[in-house]
Design a binder for this molecule. Structure first.
Ligand SMILES: C[S@@+](CC[C@H](N)C(=O)[O-])C[C@H]1O[C@@H](n2cnc3c(N)ncnc32)[C@H](O)[C@@H]1O
Length: 211
């Protein structure tokens, strides 16, 4: 594991502190709405822990051991009982229909194959289940998109793998969910630039209950 990854994990909470207040409503809108057996993909240091309902049974997928160490500490701090699985989410080690909810917040920008990870989220959801996501995405504006493409190599290097310019809306819409609700908006980060974001839920129908 590289020094860059260690530094990213060590500084992640501090780097995020400046925007965390602006992101909080979207953690409430995703993690805060979960129930039952919940899988969070790319749990990081556990920024969503404060938002999960007390009755949610939590499992985290986190491939970075430095992040996972901080996540483990934060799970104890929040007095939660949660499993951490140390591996990437492109091949989830769970049978089909294992979870009621899957959550990603600021993760699909960073995984190797976002289409595959969204497909895995769909696969492990039970009928009636929900995939809650909050992500930053490709700009819908030509100029914004141009800047994202220019800045991406440097940004990706500095953040050990985050991409500014992914079309995650298409990825989620094409993953075979029965319904998808997505709200797009620009997140102000207190600078002269805003960041295109999406928040929403993709659901699997509960055909058995409907019969
Ligand atoms: C920007 S952090 C977001 C952490 C947290 N979800 C949050 O909202 O603050 C992205 C996380 O995704 C993890 N990650 C990167 N590649 C991944 C993959 N292939 N599968 C699952 N998680 C991955 C990283 O290790 C990191 O912890």
């Amino acid at each position: 594991m590289s020094l860059g990854k260690w530094l990213f994990a060590a500084w992640y909470d501090l780097l995020n502190a400046g925007v965390e207040g602006r992101v909080a409503p979207y953690r409430t809108e995703t993690a805060g709405r979960t129930w039952g057996d919940v899988l969070e993909i790319g749990g990081g240091t556990g920024a969503n822990l404060a938002y999960y309902p007390a009755h949610a049974r939590l499992t985290f997928i986190e491939p970075d051991p430095h992040m996972a160490r901080k996540l483990k500490r934060n799970i104890s701090r929040h007095r939660r009982d949660a499993e951490i699985v140390l591996q990437p989410a492109e091949d989830l080690p769970f049978p089909d229909e294992s979870f009621d909810c899957v959550v990603t917040t600021l993760v699909l920008c960073m995984v190797d194959d976002h289409d595959r990870v969204v497909g895995e989220a769909r696969r492990v959801l039970r009928p009636g289940g929900a995939f809650y996501f909050y992500e930053h995405v490709v700009s819908p504006r030509r100029r914004g998109h141009w800047w994202q493409n220019k800045l991406n190599p440097l940004w990706k290097f500095a953040t050990t793998g985050c991409n500014l310019n992914r079309d995650l809306t298409a990825s989620i819409r094409n993953a075979g969910f029965d319904s998808v609700e997505i709200r797009s908006f620009d997140l102000s980060v207190g600078l002269p630039v805003t960041i295109p974001n999406i928040v929403g839920v993709a659901r699997v129908s509960n055909f058995l209950a409907a019969r």
